[in-house]
Design a protein around this ligand. Structure first.
Ligand code: MLT
Length: 288
């Protein structure tokens, strides 16, 4: 009779738009690149989904295993019934890593993905080789920002998503991107319009209630790259500088010709910065 080794990794299924049950929650993800390569794990911003990383998945799958997953309620991941919160999203992410038996990753999060990534690294530092924080902040919402989110929740419940999508686009993109990168802008408009009102409102509440992570940044002991669009109007270059000053040894690169969605607006520069960071990370002996 054949012996079964229960510690064996599950057979990897590679491809786009795969589904896995994580403690009962159906999570949608894309998993590409060589199985034995170093792993890059991408977490998207709000209200987007894993497809916002398509350019990075295409570019980095030659040399790395690349995984991007849809946060609960976004894209094709199920919403389930619990009220959303950043700690819940962090549990989902760590549970996803457990389920796929992903030992250690470079974690790359944009905006909300960066909030999730900061908490994930604080909760489970040994699971990450390095951290890439894109267009994000360590600060919680100001009272005014919180109030605006609560007002947006009311408007979404009353009027639906069309006006919300329109207003979001002008804040998300640099003025030049809005004028000239129309395919990218239209794709993001479509993504917002396809997100359910329930996910939008629940996530807005999760963002409004999130904790400040600035105090925890000095404890980060892994290499950190911070990227920010030069014209990011949501999480500004000043917020990126604050994180850089508080994370020992971290590097900050400002991405020109980009607003809040720097990986989409200037993928050439974004990918070049990420590539050079990764080659530095993996050229040094890795800590255990
Ligand atoms: C995002 O891109 O994830 C959002 O802009 C985050 C936020 O509104 O705080």
């Amino acid at each position: 009779m054949m012996k079964v080794n229960r510690n064996e990794k599950p057979m990897r299924v590679a491809g786009a738009n795969l589904q896995v049950a994580v403690k009962g929650l159906l999570v949608n993800y894309t998993d590409l690149g060589p199985e034995d390569a170093e792993l890059l794990l991408f977490v998207h911003g709000f209200p987007f989904n894993a497809s916002m990383w398509q350019d990075q998945l295409d570019t980095f799958q030659q040399d790395y295993r690349v995984i991007a997953c849809d946060v609960r309620g976004h894209g094709q991941s199920a919403p389930d019934t619990e009220p959303f919160s950043i700690p819940l999203f962090v549990n989902d992410l760590l549970g996803f890593m457990d389920t796929l038996k992903l030992d250690r990753a470079v974690l790359c999060g944009l905006s909300m993905g960066g909030y999730i990534a900061q908490h994930a690294v604080a909760a489970s530092p040994s699971r990450f080789h390095a951290l890439v924080l894109c267009d994000t902040t360590c600060s919680a919402d100001s009272p005014q920002a919180r109030e605006n989110r609560l007002k947006t929740v009311e408007e979404l419940e009353k009027d639906g998503t069309a006006a919300y999508a329109e207003a979001s686009l002008t804040r998300l993109f640099a003025a030049n991107s809005l004028r000239t990168k129309t395919a990218i802008v239209e794709n993001i408009r479509k993504t917002i319009l396809e997100t359910s009102v329930q996910t939008l409102t629940q996530t807005l509440l999760a963002l409004a209630n999130r904790q400040d992570t600035c105090q925890a940044l000095p404890n980060i002991r892994i290499p950190v790259l911070i990227l920010v669009g030069e014209e990011d109007a949501i999480t500004s270059p000043a917020a990126a500088h604050l994180m850089q000053q508080n994370i020992p040894g971290s590097q900050l690169q400002v991405i020109p010709d980009a607003g809040h969605l720097s990986n989409l607006e200037n993928p050439g520069e974004f990918n070049a910065q990420l590539r050079s960071f990764l080659s530095r990370v993996f050229s040094q002996p890795l800590s255990n």
